[in-house]
Design a protein around this ligand. Structure first.
Ligand SMILES: C[S@@+](CC[C@H](N)C(=O)[O-])C[C@H]1O[C@@H](n2cnc3c(N)ncnc32)[C@H](O)[C@@H]1O
Length: 234
C-alpha cells in the first residue's frame, strides 16, 4: 500500500537482518498468545488503527483480521520493516516516520493506537486519538525471555512505573492483562528471537553461537503486559 518517507534519525531503525529475524520469529507462532490478546482487545473496532513502531506489521495485520471494519496505518522509522508491513494486509497503509516528530495523522482521527515494544510518544498518542479512543500498549514484564539470560536485553524491573510516568499525564489505565506462556523454543526460534533484538549484532561471536545452540529446545517464557488506556480529557 502507501509508503511515505520522512526524516530518519541515525541508528534507531531495525536493520535488514533484524527485520528478517523478527518476521520469521513472529510467523513461527511463538508469540501467538500475545497476538490473540491484542486481537481480543481490538476486535470489533471500526475506524483507524495506528500502530506506532509497527516493524514488519505482524501484529497490525492480525488485529485487522479481528476488526473487519478497521483500516491500519503502520508507522516505523525502518523502511526495511515497513516494506514488509505495507504488504502484510490489504487494509494497511505504511509511513516511514520518526515517532518523536509530529505524526502524519490528523487530530482525533484514530480509534486505536497500538504500541508493541516500541517508543512511546504520549503527546502524539493523545493528539491523534478520537475522544473515547483507546491506546493499547504491550510491554515486557519481569521474567520475559528470562531463560535466555543475557543473550537478550533484560527487562527493567521498574518498567511498569516508567510506563505510568510516560503516559500518566495524558492517559488513565482502564485495564491490564498479563500474557504469560512458557513453551520450548526450537533452535531457529532461539536464534531469531536473539537476532531480532540489539544483541543480534554480536551473534557471530563464538561464545554466543555455542550458547545459542545450548539453548535449543529449552522452555522459554513469554511475559508481556497488555494495557489499555483512555485519554484523561475524553
Ligand atoms: C522492538 S521493535 C517492535 C516492532 C513491532 N511492534 C513488533 O513487536 O514486532 C521496535 C520498533 O520500533 C522502531 N523504532 C525505534 N525507534 C523509532 C522511532 N524513533 N520512530 C519510529 N520507529 C522507531 C524500530 O524500527 C522497530 O521496528
Amino acid at each position: 500500500m502507501n509508503l511515505l518517507h520522512a526524516r530518519i534519525p541515525a541508528g534507531t531503525a531495525d536493520t535488514a537482518p533484524m527485520v528478517e529475524a523478527r518476521a520469521a520469529f513472529l510467523s513461527s507462532g511463538a508469540y501467538a498468545p500475545l497476538e490473540n490478546e491484542l486481537s481480543r482487545v481490538v476486535s470489533g473496532t471500526a475506524g483507524l488503527v495506528v500502530d506506532a513502531g509497527a516493524g514488519p506489521g505482524h501484529y497490525l495485520s492480525r488485529v485487522l483480521e479481528a476488526a473487519p471494519e478497521a483500516a491500519g496505518l503502520a508507522l516505523d522509522v525502518s523502511a526495511i520493516a515497513l516494506r514488509r508491513a505495507a504488504r502484510a494486509h490489504p487494509r494497511l497503509g505504511a509511513a516511514v516516520w520518526n515517532l518523536w516528530e509530529p505524526w502524519p495523522v490528523g487530530d482525533g482521527v484514530a480509534s486505536v493506537v497500538l504500541d508493541v515494544f516500541s517508543p512511546r510518544n504520549a503527546a502524539e498518542f493523545r493528539r491523534v486519538l478520537e475522544p473515547g479512543g483507546r491506546l493499547v500498549v504491550a510491554a515486557p514484564l519481569p521474567g520475559h525471555l528470562a531463560e535466555l539470560g543475557d543473550l537478550v536485553l533484560s527487562v527493567d524491573e521498574r518498567k511498569e512505573e516508567r510506563l505510568e510516568t510516560a503516559l500518566g499525564d495524558h492517559f488513565t489505565r482502564v485495564s491490564r492483562a498479563d500474557v504469560v506462556h512458557t513453551a520450548p523454543f526450537t533452535a531457529r526460534q532461539v536464534h531469531d528471537v536473539v537476532a531480532m533484538g540489539p544483541a543480534g549484532f554480536h551473534l557471530d561471536r563464538d561464545d554466543r553461537r555455542s550458547r545459542l545452540l545450548a539453548a535449543e529446545g529449552r522452555d522459554v517464557t513469554l511475559a508481556v503486559g497488555v494495557s489499555v488506556w483512555r485519554r484523561k480529557d475524553a
